[in-house]
Design a protein around this ligand. Sequence first.
Ligand code: CA
Length: 364
Amino acid sequence: MAGLQSPWDLAFAPDGAMFFTERCRGLSVRDTSDTTRRLFGTSGAAVVASDFFCQGQSGMNGVAIDPEFATNRFVYVYMLSNLSSPASNRVVRLTVSADYTTVADRTDIVTEIAYKNAGNNWGGAGAHSGGRIRFHPTEGLLYITTGDNHNGPLPQDLSRLGGKVLRVTREGAAAAGNATPAGGDARVFTFGHRNVQGIAFRPSTGQPFSCEHGPGHSDEVTPLVAGANAGWDPKPEQGVSCADNYCGYISNKPSGAPTPMTDLDKFPNAMRPSWNNDGRSQGMGPCTFLNGTQWSAWDGHLAVGIMGAQRLDILQLDDEGSAVSAHTVDDVPAVRMRSLVQGPDGALYVATDSGEIWRLTPRT
Ligand SMILES: [Ca+2]
């Protein structure tokens, strides 16, 4: 497909119908007869969401299909809403009609995900909202990635939902087993994140891996463990001052060393990244595992979109989840890849910032 307006994410129904979001328009679907309809969002959609708006990186972001979609017809979106004041990101569940023409029964299952309401020294409103949502392939639980909003204390603040990976039921309740540290919001699965825009589940183990871009250094792929800290803490340490109380792009330390993506001095038990893009930050965005023998030597490898560098990397992981090799796919055009999803046909679908959705198949 082409001519889309900032497509952000994709999800496939079991019959092959493809849902996609456009950041400032909303949710659409292309059904199995290749008819495309706008379902939910701004004027012109089957259901207009008057509270929905877009600002900066925020708007209609992630989309996910319920594992039992064939019977419950549930689809979920991560969207910016002014129903609350100040505005917030929320995860909204919709029921799709059998003929894919409309949606009904809107239920907002998580409503208070932090949103950057105003610009500051470090960037405009709407920055660092996270926004990917994915169901685990066997748990039946929904993972939600959020961002730090250029807010120093937020990632390590366990009472708020920004700078986290959340894990909830289809009703939005905290998942059993989240192991959130005492006093924290029980929906928090992992914390201390910067702005996670990729999450994927390793086919062989089911372990979640986050993919997040770094602040001028160190994009990180991280195998996630319930209740653990990812080690990002952009608030100033004692004796340090940073504009707007955010040291994400400079140093939070008296030593002047750059604020680390994983601060092992401060958090010795933080989750170690399995790959850090050779210490560079080039805008790591979406990721997904390639799954199936059609991928030959890449079966089970992690595909990662590097937006700033406009490339697709394939990571081979060892049993512990550490990257042992990284290979750049050399025969796809250079473009900012916003979403990577393997379709029910086994192909890799890519949503690009240039307004297209591609279908990539293994070279034969
Ligand atoms: Ca980290």
